[in-house]
Design a protein around this ligand. Sequence first.
Ligand code: HXC
Length: 503
Amino acid sequence: MNIQQNRINELVERRASARLGGGQERIDAQHRKGKLTARERLELLLDAGSFEEFDMFVQHRCTNFGMDAQHFDGDGVVTGQGTIDGRLVYVFAQDFTVSGGSLSKTMSEKICKVMDLAVRNGAPCIGLNDSGGARIQEGIDSLAGYGDIFERNILASGVVPQISGIFGPCAGGAVYSPALTDFTLMVKDTSYMFLTGPAVVKSVTGEEVTQEQLGGAVVHASKSGVAHFAAASEQEGIATIKELLGYLPQNNREEAPERPTADPISRVDDALNEIVPDNPNKSYDMYRVISGIVDDGRFLEVHKDFAKNIIVGFAHMNGRSVGVVANQPDVLAGVLDINASRKAARFVRFCDAFNIPLVTLVDVPGFLCGTQQEYGAIITNGAKLLYAYGEATVPKVTVTLRKSYGGAHIVMSCKQLRGDINYAWPSAEIAVMGAKGAVGVLKNVTEEEYNNLFCNPYQAAQKGYIEDIIEPRNTRFRVIRALEALSCKQQEVPAKKHDNLPL
Ligand code: HXC
């Protein structure tokens, strides 16, 4: 065999060995936990044959505690580029089979390299996390590595979409990288995120809690809102990430891809004419309205189990990606509270950063009152949503279905907060407050008089605060026509270093 052939054989062997990460035994252990390996995850995520790996032979440089005798090519993370549905993405997947995926300085350099490439080339960055946190043997070097990653998360924010999949442990300060990205997806039963684990919690506070109760997927998807998606399996999680990307542009200078549809623009939905109950205290299901107006009834909900009194998510309308924000009368009467405000504000800001028009469906009785909300700063949190809508320059089409009262009316993409086209259904009630409250204050007015004056959309229409009153069944057509007209919208914001939104 000639020398060149020997060298090629060596390369083939070293590649094969690097692909085994921490070795077959640890791969088997990973499988026994019901988890896939980093490479298996990337294989599911990326188009077949599209993965181009970088830094496969990088090794850590730590010499403490005998680490110089323990090297694995590539160290604890697999990085590179590939395509998803033919579109370029940059990826990193932490490899738990190498030192529990714990972060070395060289690993952070690998991760930072793909993040830099993502920003420079205008493509999304997807990180799959499965790590024991800072590599203890490396001490402060590992912390510095996290700092480098966080800084890049921040600089990339609003430039390219950043998506985090949590596929195993993600603890300590490591949780802040996913928290800085746009979307976090967790897998039920095998992933968890917390600042300190159950043992430390017990020693500090005495509280006994399991990993799952403290920071499992269900907890973060329903209670804290840290996770936007909770998947039943790794396969489902990866499918969700791919689906999500289909609604997003590659970067902040591009538009999201179009998805052709056979769903006619002028499709009427007669059931919408009857969906609002005669009794104003009765609720109805806003999901039915959303599926009635978007292309093919397809809706990718974000934060499905968190603050269910407001619904946010992506859909297409006449093939174009839109962000939908809708109050949900079926949950807490659709009232705005702290969590609903935070949830919707973050979503609105994401859509605005990435040129995705906003369709807002309003049926909101107001803000939730009481000490719990006031002490929790409903004022500051409600202001986040107000701020998000008010600063957004993407096309904004609003439809008021029924109630739109008080501060909540202003917050939900009203005309004065740069609402471009605002429609109302004939059932809309746009007023300072409901009749009961108003009559309690104004002693000389009856409920009937108040309702006659305000419990309809005509006051708002007379003053030009809404563009038109539309028949519910025509909503799809009217919203699409409005969005088409707004597709070249341009709106400036005053020059500033950055805003100071009420955090
Ligand atoms: C070095 C680590 C490691 C770490 C795990 N390993 N965590 N090596 N640094 N942080 C190694 C183990 O030694 C073991 O090596 C292999 O990874 C697998 O770990 P196991 O413990 O056998 O696996 P498992 O039982 O599944 O438990 C996983 C785990 C546990 C829950 C993640 O390993 C664990 O508690 N690790 C420590 C977590 C932690 O406290 N991290 C620091 C958080 S603070 P071998 O060679 O046997 O395979 C932090 C600060 C970040 O990260 C700050 C950013 C600003």
